[in-house]
Design a protein around this ligand. Structure first.
Ligand code: MN
Length: 229
């Protein structure tokens, strides 16, 4: 096969403890998956079915890298999240088989142009400009489930310039890892290389050029991202 220009590089994420990388196919994200965050966004945290949005695969940013402050926003927000990395594809995956499809887990930051997202939301428009921009998905190395297990509890936190902004526990997820995989696989056939950002706890807020964003999940990984000057 030939192409009219060189194909783009396959986006990928480091895998902890080895040199081979995880090739990213798609990035799915769960909206409002912690009750306190749903409330801070002005929404009812009742257990209505989860909803999903996406980011482009090439939005991933490696741990420790700087990201430019994105254009056309005055309100760039951090959202620390547990990320599921799919290793085995499937559709209509039963709850009790969901774990079998998971390669591992990472910590991610669902960077959000909040002003654009809310303007879109309030007009019934898509969220892409608020969520799916370049460099909007900083993420740590993926830790294999065979080494770290399947986290269902543990502190999830984020600080900006050493000030704690988000501090919660994975136990507070409205839809847990198995439910997210099972429900999402009823909407899209999952494939190896898919990432799923599982939603952020309360405490989201703005960052500005020069800020250092650090966050993590106990027992998994820590993520460090600088917003470039
Ligand atoms: Mn999010």
């Amino acid at each position: 096969m030939t192409f009219v220009f060189s194909p783009h590089e396959i986006p990928s994420v480091e895998v902890a403890g080895q040199t081979a990388r995880f090739p990213v196919r798609r990035i799915y994200c769960v909206g409002r998956n912690y009750a306190a965050h749903a409330r801070e966004m002005g929404r009812d945290p009742d257990r209505e079915p989860p909803f999903f949005f996406t980011k482009p695969a090439d939005a991933v940013v490696p741990n420790g890298a700087s990201v430019p402050y994105p254009p056309q926003t005055r309100n760039l927000h951090h959202e620390i999240e547990l990320v599921i990395a799919i290793g085995k594809g499937g559709k209509d995956i039963p709850l009790d088989q969901a774990h079998d499809h998971i390669f591992g887990y990472a910590v991610g930051n669902d960077l959000t142009r909040r002003d654009l997202q809310l303007a879109a939301r309030d007009k019934g428009r898509p969220w892409d400009t608020g969520k799916a921009f370049d460099h909007s998905a900083p993420i740590t190395a993926i830790h294999k489930a065979e080494e770290v297990g399947h986290p269902d509890h543990g502190r999830i936190w984020l600080s900006v310039n050493d000030e704690i902004r988000q501090d919660a526990d994975l136990k507070e997820l409205i839809w847990d890892v198995q439910e997210v995989v099972s429900i999402l696989s009823g909407l899209f056939k999952l494939e190896p290389g898919d990432l799923i950002f599982t939603g952020t706890p309360a405490g989201v807020g703005p960052v500005k050029p020069g800020d250092l964003i650090e966050g993590g999940i106990d027992g998994l990984a820590n993520l460090s991202t600088r917003i470039a000057e």
